[in-house]
Design a protein around this ligand. Structure first.
Ligand SMILES: [Zn+2]
Ligand SMILES: [Zn+2]
Length: 137
């Protein structure tokens, strides 16, 4: 992907986005530092809540939740509850609660099956269902 000007989601500044995220390099650096602080804080206070972390370190709640969802705090063996990305139910690891995780995995599998089936139907229709095509894929 070629870099394109994007407004940073943190400071609003326009920056050349190489396709690596929604934050400018300055904000990214700031986040990295804050994430280190969060990790250190959580290590010392394994039972703190997301709100406590935000108040103590003056960081954005979304940053802490992003860290939790991406599993960056998992190795510290924390006991923090944060909302499921789909239904908002409190969870302590991963992106989704069990129910949503199951549903979403099911939906992805189903849509993959659909896509594959459509592609196959297309091939049959076009009469390009040859062995060579298979090998290329
Ligand atoms: Zn920024
Ligand atoms: Zn859920």
């Amino acid at each position: 992907m070629s870099p394109k000007p994007t407004n940073c989601a943190g400071c609003g500044k326009l920056f050349l986005n190489p396709g690596t995220g929604k934050y400018c390099p300055a904000c990214k650096q700031k986040h990295e530092k804050q994430m280190d602080e969060i990790a250190a804080y959580v290590r010392d206070n394994p039972r703190s809540s997301v709100d406590e972390i935000c108040t103590a370190l003056e960081v954005k709640k979304s940053l802490v939740i992003d860290m939790l969802r991406s599993g960056r705090l998992e190795e510290i063996n924390i006991n923090i509850k944060y909302p499921c990305a789909a239904c908002g139910k409190k969870i302590s690891h991963g992106r989704y609660c069990k129910a949503c995780g199951k549903k979403i995995t099911g939906e992805i599998a189903a849509s993959l099956r659909r896509v594959r089936k459509n592609a196959e139907n297309q091939k049959i229709k076009k009469g390009v269902y040859s062995k060579d095509q298979w090998m290329d894929n």
